[in-house]
Design a protein around this ligand. Sequence first.
Ligand code: ZN
Length: 106
Amino acid sequence: MLINMKQLYTHENKMMVENMRNHLRQAGIEALMKNEFSGGGIGELSPLETWPELWVSNAEYSRAKAVLATLREPILADNWHCNNCDEENEGNFEICWKCQHSAAQS
Ligand SMILES: [Zn+2]
């Protein structure tokens, strides 16, 4: 099934992986997320095996790598103030840590 795809990225934090996928999507690359729903639990698998993974097609792999290369971990962005409760949030938070208001809606 994944014969024409390569694993591009993996991280223990699903938020990071989703963030990467969003950046890829903005660049016009559709990435497949594996293990999206398997993380978080304490099960039989080692934590490493349940990290979410991003896979892209071979054809888009080098371009996707280039997109990722422009994004350093952790993604540094300016702090922002929540429009709802005026709490200051770190730039890599997409929702307010205090009231869960979305940064995109502010
Ligand atoms: Zn807030």
